[in-house]
Design a protein around this ligand. Structure first.
Ligand SMILES: C[S@@+](CC[C@H](N)C(=O)[O-])C[C@H]1O[C@@H](n2cnc3c(N)ncnc32)[C@H](O)[C@@H]1O
Length: 271
C-alpha cells in the first residue's frame, strides 16, 4: 500500500503542469558525463534501436535522435510527452510506465538510457521491475545506461525543526519576494505531509527532494548494492563512472565523491 502511494507521489509530481513546464524548459544540453560516455559508444549507437526513458521535456532528444538507427522517447507524464511531441513532431514518443510488466516489449532495443537519475523516482520494488523489463527488452549484447544518486553523499532526512528554519531563513532573505515565500511555505507543507515516507537503510535511502520543493521521494543507492542488483538481473560488463564521466575502479565504489553515479552494463550475447 505504501509502495503504491510513493509511486503516486512522484507520478503526480511529474504530471503536474507547472512541474512539467519546468522540465520542458530545461536546457537541452547533454550533461558533461553523458557526453563523454555516449561519445565513447558512438559506433554502437549508430546501429542501435534506442529507448530514451524518462525523456522528460526532451532534453536529450535533439542530441540522440539523429545519431541512432531508431529513437523512441518514453515517459509516464502525459504533459511531458505532449511537450516532446510538440517540439519534435517527427520523433516517436510513448506515454507509459516502464515498471509495468513488459512495458518495453521483448528484444526491442539495443540501447536503453534512463538519464538524470530518473531511475531514482522508482521505489525499490519498481526499480527491480524496471531492471527486469529492461533486460527482457534488450537484445543480446544490448546496453543499459543510467545515473543514480550516490548513497554516500545523501544527507540525513531533515527534521521538522530544520525545515522550518529553512523556511524562516528564506523569508528573511527574500522579504520582498512573495513568490519565493509562497513556494517556501508550500514546500514546508509538503514536507510535513510526506516526511513519514522517508526511509534510510544500510545501502538504500528514500528521501524527499528539497530542490524540487519536497514534491518527490528520490532514491539514493550504495554503488556496490546497485552493481549486485544489476548482476542479479543478468547484466554483466558493468562499468561505473562518476558524475564527470571518470571511470571508477571497483576498489573505489564506496569512495565516489560525486552526488550521482553512472552505470553502464550489458546483456550478454550478440556479436
Ligand atoms: C529527473 S527527470 C529527468 C528528465 C529528463 N531525462 C532530463 O534529463 O531532463 C525524470 C523523468 O523520469 C520520468 N519517469 C519517472 N518514473 C517513470 C516511470 N516509471 N516510467 C516512465 N517515466 C518515468 C519522469 O516523468 C521524468 O520525466
Amino acid at each position: 500500500m505504501i509502495l503504491v502511494e510513493i509511486q503516486n507521489i512522484n507520478h503526480a509530481s511529474y504530471s503536474n503542469k507547472s512541474v512539467a513546464r519546468y522540465w520542458a524548459s530545461y536546457s537541452d544540453n547533454l550533461l558533461y558525463g553523458e557526453q563523454l560516455i555516449l561519445q565513447s559508444l558512438h559506433d554502437q549507437l549508430a546501429c542501435a534501436d534506442f529507448a530514451d526513458i524518462g525523456v522528460g521535456g526532451g532534453r536529450t532528444t535533439g542530441h540522440l535522435a539523429g545519431k541512432v538507427r531508431s529513437y523512441t522517447g518514453i515517459d509516464y507524464s502525459q504533459p511531458l510527452v505532449e511537450a516532446c511531441r510538440k517540439q519534435y513532431p517527427n520523433v516517436d514518443f510513448h506515454c507509459l510506465d516502464v515498471c509495468e510488466s513488459l512495458s518495453l516489449g521483448e528484444s526491442s532495443y539495443d540501447f536503453i538510457f534512463f538519464s538524470f537519475n530518473g531511475i531514482d523516482c522508482l521505489t525499490q520494488a519498481e526499480r527491480d521491475s524496471f531492471l527486469k523489463n529492461a533486460f527482457v527488452s534488450l537484445r543480446p549484447g544490448g546496453r543499459l545506461l543510467f545515473s543514480s544518486h550516490n548513497y554516500f553523499k545523501a544527507s540525513l532526512p531533515m527534521r521538522t525543526r530544520e525545515a522550518l528554519l529553512k523556511l524562516l531563513m528564506q523569508s528573511v532573505a527574500a522579504p520582498y519576494r512573495p513568490r519565493v515565500l509562497y513556494h517556501g511555505i508550500l514546500s514546508f507543507i509538503r514536507y510535513c505531509r510526506l516526511k513519514h515516507h522517508q526511509r534510510v537503510a544500510d545501502d538504500f535511502a528514500s528521501l524527499l527532494d528539497a530542490a524540487q520543493g519536497n514534491r518527490e521521494l528520490l532514491a539514493w543507492i550504495d554503488p556496490v548494492r546497485q552493481i549486485n542488483d544489476l548482476e542479479c538481473h543478468g547484466f554483466n560488463a558493468i562499468t561505473v563512472f562518476d558524475w564527470y564521466g571518470v571511470l571508477v575502479p571497483s576498489s573505489h565504489l564506496r569512495r565516489i565523491d560525486t552526488y550521482s553515479v553512472y552505470y553502464l552494463c550489458q546483456k550478454s550475447g550478440g556479436a
